[in-house]
Write a protein that binds this ligand. Structure first.
Ligand code: PHE
Length: 339
């Protein structure tokens, strides 16, 4: 009996340490105990045999207990692409960083958003399918307005639209955050998301790309605030003090409207000719009073600016990427450069 007590203590000690708990049933301690039967006096054998079996039952209950504890610790992930009984070491390791990497656009979006968040902007997502009201009417493009043609995108049979720009969110966000103004706080939101255009594809045009939209509304906001905000962002993003330039443009939803250009960052410097000096990044302007009014913001007491930039363009400039089509190509040679 003493022998069995010692074996029990040894087994418990081993059990605590081993990873595969079931292996304990095959432990040599058991074999030694069974082999020991021969040395036991015949009339004590059945008692001895029963004690070994009891020990075995007890060890099995240790295993069950530890399984239950494991289950408590680790809830079953029903979406996991492996069977619940697959041992840990055989499960695919999705966190293995030698396989796969974050897409360059995803990474840049988080950098871009980070800069705007530090400037006090909140972040919202856009939609990948929207309606005529958000795409056009709320943005001061009445039905039949010729500027609608500049945003040629994809439509469903039900008349829904794959948004051609993130400005589709302006009306929703003005409505959502307009109480800020009553509390003397600005509306300051950025929206990075996917947009779609019916484009002829080439090195600088894709049918699917990303934009970052920004709106800022408060009392007495002016073009100076717009320029200061955009330059602060660009200088941070390109880690360099860059000259900026606004040139007059036309959008129905801003007045005045501008195209925003920056001086070529050092990585992209070509020569010093004037037309080589500037890079177009997107549109911006002071939010049209009709757009504010439509969302229930009083244009007499509040004003604001909006901007919208193509994210791929900025990423291409920053990283010297020559063709926008790489981003959606799923080409591993391209993607692996951005580990
Ligand atoms: N939505 C415009 C475009 O994609 C850019 C823009 C956004 C212009 C906000 C002004 C204000 O062409």
């Amino acid at each position: 009996m003493k022998q069995i007590e010692t074996a029990r203590a040894n087994l418990r000690r081993k059990f605590e340490k081993i990873e595969d708990k079931n292996a304990i049933l095959k432990d040599s301690e058991f074999k030694a105990l069974f082999d020991g039967i021969r040395g036991i006096e015949p009339d004590k054998r059945s008692e001895y045999g029963k004690a070994i079996n009891d020990l075995k039952t007890e060890v099995k209950s240790w295993i069950e207990e530890s399984d239950e504890q494991d289950n408590e610790k680790e809830p079953i992930d029903v979406t996991a692409p492996w069977d619940v009984n697959t041992p840990k070491e055989k499960r695919p390791n999705f966190f293995n960083t030698t396989q796969g990497s974050i897409h360059p656009i995803t990474r840049e979006i988080s950098d871009i958003v980070d800069i705007f968040q530090r400037m006090g902007f909140v972040v919202e997502e856009s939609r990948e399918i929207d309606n005529d009201y958000n795409m056009f009417t709320s943005l001061n493009f009445p039905l039949g307005h010729p500027a609608r043609d500049d945003y040629d995108t994809f439509n469903t049979d039900e008349g829904l639209i794959a948004p051609a720009h993130t400005s589709t969110m302006q009306n929703r966000l003005l409505k959502k955050y307009k109480d800020n103004l009553a509390n003397e706080e600005p509306i300051a939101v950025v929206v990075p998301d996917r947009v779609f255009r019916n484009e002829d594809l080439d090195a600088t045009h894709e049918h699917t790309f990303y934009q970052i939209e920004g709106i800022f509304v408060a009392k007495k906001v002016n073009v100076g605030n717009l320029i200061a905000t955009l330059s602060a962002f660009m200088n941070d993003y390109f880690a360099q003090n860059l000259e900026t330039k606004l040139q007059p443009f036309y959008f129905p939803f801003t007045e005045p409207s501008f195209e925003f250009a920056i001086e070529r960052p050092d990585v992209l410097k070509k020569n010093d000719s004037e037309e080589q000096k500037w890079l177009e990044l997107g549109g911006c302007g002071m939010i049209h009073p009709n757009v504010l009014f439509e969302a229930g913001v009083d244009p007499k007491t509040s004003s604001g600016f909006a901007f919208g930039f193509g994210i791929e363009r900025m990423v291409m400039m920053k990283n010297g990427i020559e063709d926008i089509r790489h981003f959606e190509s799923a080409n591993l040679k391209f993607l692996r450069q951005f580990k």
